[in-house]
Write a new protein. Structure first.
Lengths: 365, 297
């Protein structure tokens, strides 16, 4: 089967400014692709290019096996949900949803039937005769989704659809979008700057920065094996700890030396006894630094560290300390004994650490 | 300061505020009187007989109300050698103003839509040039325009005058609509494009229905400009196609013997009535529309 979306060597310039550089992405039918990155990374521009709302400067774009590089948006068999919802303000909800069908000359009976189906699916039946101005943010969001769903396209495009909602509603809608995706089995491309949204929704994540793809992979791959320092820092909350360290070999084992605020450096042992350059940046997720004793395993090594700040967060308690001259966050048990200014025995799980080269920022292991 | 011992002072300041308010109202009332005085004189004079005007006081109420002057102004006053009052010219003005307002508003809406929502290379330059058109003194264009009208074969005709008013109204109408449409999020156009709508479909189905406030502003503006225009009316018309403003001038200037002030006044009021009417009917939308762009959330 052809990939549902295939982008090859895509470039996008605004005048002399390169916005997107050599983008190559391909997704299979049923994939949920999330484009994620900080603002200005070009993710929304890429989505607009996929939609055909922005012409591309170079490269090619296929949807469902057909070359769509120079095809206008209406003929790409796509539907799009926008950040501002972009509902037509003077039309009722029903008219908003059926506008696309009306433009395409779909007969009235089919329109009504599809409208009823979508309205029932999204539970917006009571709203059909209202105008967008009379709806709440969450309701507008549903209508915008309805407008896309009713088209039953090859590819759904979402441009930060949840960023205008309040935090609670955002989580609810996130779950609903995921449920919708599972139910429909549709192919989706979703843009967000929120890495949690990316992790929870995606079957495949594209991390972008400065118009360049940094890494493509499943959420687990991106989370566990970030390709470079940027991805490591961007994905995950709290962010991955990136600790400058020195390495040396001694007695046939590979040792990692991390400066503590006071006293001797911590010496840890690499789990796989790898050959590492002398200077590395050690990437450790906060959950891989835990209370000693609670976390135990082959790759777990203990060390005493002075805790600077303790931040209880309900289910967990975060402790901030200084290692290698950087703030490091550890995710401790909610009933931890850690106290500010006091040394605490912490367990470092080296089974899942990442090593990065300090100069290039690229992953070493 | 919520200190209770300051109550007398507080009531004093309330009295002061009240006095200030009254002063303000009186002042505003005086200004209103000042502005309304000419209208008052016009109306009373138009209702007086010539005898009464000659013997009476300028600002006195008419002793005997008569509509003779109005009748004469409407259908009997002489504009040069012709003595049919302002009636034929009033219809000329309507025949000029209504199509000219409609066409220039519609084209302005379309231009504004393109400049604001379908950005193309050079859109800003074109818009600036159109803006520049708003500030050209009309005296400058009289001769070239006369030549163009001649070449088009519509010199001295009502379509010719409509054409002139449409052309010189476009700068303003485009400006109004552009500023209104620029505040509408571009995503609306994008959504409609994805839905399959084209350039005109988006304009008719989405943008025009949104535009009522700015249409009202533009219509009032254009109607006032075109109805009150004298320069183009006198330059590009001939006997039979002159607008009411030109006729009014001719009535006032072509009196033989006695100056019929009451007829002049009545004719002037008749000539001004349509714009007055438009303001009264649509005035509140005018203010609302002018500020709509800034308060739209």
């Amino acid at each position: 089967m052809d990939p549902i979306l295939e982008i090859k060597n895509l470039y996008k310039n605004y005048g002399p400014v390169e916005i997107l550089k050599d983008i190559n992405v391909s997704i299979e039918p049923g994939d949920f692709l999330v484009l994620v990155g900080p603002s200005g990374c070009g993710k929304s521009t890429l989505l607009n290019c996929i939609a055909g709302l922005e012409p591309i400067t170079g490269g090619s774009l296929h949807i469902g096996g057909q070359d769509m590089t120079n095809v206008s948006p209406k003929d790409r068999d796509i539907a799009m949900v926008f950040q501002s919802y972009a509902l037509y303000p003077t039309m009722t909800v029903a008219k908003n949803i059926t506008f696309g069908m009306k433009v395409r000359g779909v007969d009235q009976a089919t329109q009504n039937q599809k409208l009823a189906h979508v309205a029932q699916q999204l539970q917006i039946e009571p709203l059909l005769n209202r105008k967008p101005g009379q709806l709440s943010g969450g309701q507008r969001q549903r209508v915008a989704m309805g407008r896309a769903l009713v088209r039953d396209p090859k590819l759904f495009l979402f441009d930060e659809p949840l960023s205008n909602l309040d935090a609670k509603l955002r989580v609810e809608m996130r779950t609903e979008i995921k449920a919708l995706h599972q139910r429909l089995g549709a192919s989706m491309v979703y843009v967000t700057h929120d890495q949690i949204e990316a992790m929870t929704l995606a079957s495949k994540i594209v991390v972008m920065k400065g118009g360049v793809i940094q890494q493509i992979g499943t959420p687990a791959e991106i989370y566990n094996r970030p390709a470079n320092l940027f991805v490591a820092d961007f994905m995950g909350s709290p962010a991955m700890n990136l600790i400058p360290a020195r390495t040396r070999r001694s007695g046939g084992v590979s040792l990692i030396e991390i400066k503590r605020k006071e006293g001797d450096p911590i010496i840890l042992q690499d789990a796989n006894n790898r050959d590492l350059p002398e200077e590395v940046i050690l990437g450790v997720r906060p959950e891989d630094i835990a209370d000693a004793g609670i976390r135990a395993g082959a790759d777990t090594q203990n060390a005493d560290c002075i805790i600077d700040i303790v931040e209880p967060a309900g289910a967990d308690t975060y402790a901030v300390l200084q290692l290698g001259g950087k703030h490091v966050t550890a995710r401790l048990h909610s009933e931890t004994t850690a106290a500010p200014g006091v040394a605490q025995r912490l367990a470092f799980d080296l089974g899942k650490v990442s090593y990065f080269a300090p100069d290039t920022g690229l992953r070493l292991n | 300061m919520a200190d209770t011992s300051f109550v007398p002072a507080a009531s004093q300041s309330r009295k002061g505020k009240l006095a200030l308010r009254w002063l303000l109202y009186i002042l505003l009332g005086l200004f209103a009187l000042f502005y309304l005085m000419p209208l008052f004189v016009m109306i009373t004079t138009s209702l007086k007989s010539l005898d009464e005007i000659r013997t009476g006081d300028l600002i006195a109420l008419p002793r005997e109300v008569t509509f003779d002057a109005w009748r004469t102004a409407w259908s009997g006053a002489c504009t040069g050698i012709q003595c049919e009052g302002v009636r034929p010219f009033f219809w000329n003005s309507i025949l000029i103003a209504i199509p000219a307002v409609a066409i220039s508003t519609l084209l302005g809406a379309m231009n504004g839509y393109v400049v604001a929502q379908w950005r193309f290379r050079g859109a800003n330059i074109i818009f600036s040039l159109m803006l520049f058109g708003c500030f050209i003194p009309f005296q400058v264009v009289l001769l070239p325009m006369a030549r163009i009208l001649g070449m088009m074969g519509i010199a001295g005709t009502i379509p010719g005058l409509i054409f002139v008013h449409v052309i010189y109204g476009l700068g303003f109408t485009t400006l109004f609509f552009r500023n209104y449409y620029v505040s509408i999020p571009a995503e609306l156009t994008k959504a409609a494009k994805v839905d399959g709508a084209g350039f005109f479909r988006i304009f008719w189905s989405i943008f025009l229905p949104l535009s009522l406030p700015i249409i009202v502003v533009t219509v009032i503006w254009q109607f006032t400009q075109i109805w009150n225009d004298f320069l183009f009316g006198v330059s590009f018309s001939q006997a039979g196609t002159q607008p009411v403003t030109v006729a009014l001038n001719n009535i006032v200037n072509s009196t033989t013997g006695v100056k019929e002030y009451n007829v002049d006044m009545a004719a002037a009021i008749i000539a001004a009535l349509p714009t007055l009417f438009v303001y009264v009917v649509a005035g509140k939308y005018f203010v609302r529309g002018l500020t709509a762009g800034s308060v739209k959330g």
